[in-house]
Design a protein around this ligand. Sequence first.
Ligand code: ADP
Ligand code: MG
Length: 456
Amino acid sequence: MSEWERLLERLKNEIGEAAFHGWFRTMTVKRVAGGEAVIAFPTRFLRDWVARHYAECLLRVWRVENAEINRLSIIIEPQGDGLARDEPAGGSLEEPAAAVEPAAGIEGGEDKTLSGPLDPRFTFENFIVGKPNELAHAAARRVAEACVAPVSVPFNPLFLYGGVGLGKTHLMHAIAWHVRSHAAGCKVIYLSAEKFMYQFIRALRFRSIMDFKEQFRSVDLLMIDDVQFISGKDSTQEELFHTFNALVDQNRPIVISADKSPNDLNIEERMRSRLGWGLVADLHPTTYELRLGILQSKAEQAGIRLPQKVMEFLAHKIVSNVRELEGALNRILAQMQLIGRDITLESVQDVLRDLIRANERRVTIEEIQKKVAEHFKIRLVDMGSPRRERSIVRPRQVAMYLAKQLTSASLPAIGKKFGDRDHTTVMHAVKKITELIASDGVLAEDVELLQRMLQS
Ligand code: ADP
Ligand code: MG
């Protein structure tokens, strides 16, 4: 065993297998001379972390092997092809200065020129969790936490998908904020797929493609938003694919978002399979409860008190997505401030008339009945017929449930469309299906599928 190998062995014993693997796998020794040992890490994040948490320990262990060592320098040396870079496209990655002292200061590691701006409101604290987004939220948190602790993410990449305005971008920014505040030296790149393509084309044009590759391949966390944008853009896809592979091979977390699942994206097969490798988490259409929760929180943040009735009305009427819900709230606020009117149900209805109409146009009860009947292979007339066999009742209840979730119709209005049934029947159906969704995986999937189909 060489001195170096013995040193690694000692270090492993000292800090444990997991931490050793997590932090020191990529460490290389540059030189040992004049009482100084110089080691290198491929990224600033690793360098800073080790400098902050392990420098003393490392020095101590080293001195057991070689008592002459009295100084440890930890530098950054990107691992790569070693090719010269002709154009350091703003914020270069090269780190000429070595972080010498164990308590090396840590500064923001994300590359300002590459990373898109982050919305300060998009944090985990401001994200309301409900059934429709709980998996995506938990997965995003997991990635954020793994990035600031010496463990690797259990899945890579994380693929978030869902319709527009359901919180994909919010979750990605939240990850970035979390990592920024807990591990400032961690190099995070967040950008839209569109911007990725733009940077890529620019790099091609200015012959700085090596630079480009290296910047993307040396990040500690890469997040690309809205990848549906690159469908049909072959060379960008190719580049992204190689970037993914390079990062996954180094165990660096990647987070991707799209408006469709990997299977439904119009992209190359190998890209598709790569995207689906890790965890695929979807953001489902919002439920009434989630919308109400979001409204409460946003109103609180804005420092206004909305009558409960108004919030319920909004959660009921604005069913499309969270962005529109926020838009509605902002309009109410603006109107009230400008005109100085009190916020009442009537004034809100007035201010939002067009928005409400647009939301109502989306799904009709008839459409729901038709799709549900087709799905469960029952006759459409049985949606309103008096038949009470279970094979009919269950689909009918599903349709009532969906009518409640996806339209703004009242319970009595829904009942009317189902063969003039009483509103308590609808209420019972909604309760029943809500319970079943929690306990019956097959039914939950059916409902989910129908909901998606109806909303697309
Ligand atoms: P997407 O990227 O999926 O189209 P965004 O992340 O941009 O959607 O979300 C649209 C708006 O809705 C943002 O202002 C975001 O803060 C808000 N939003 C979405 N989901 C939630 C949630 N669960 N809690 C709080 N705000 C949310
Ligand atoms: Mg978005």
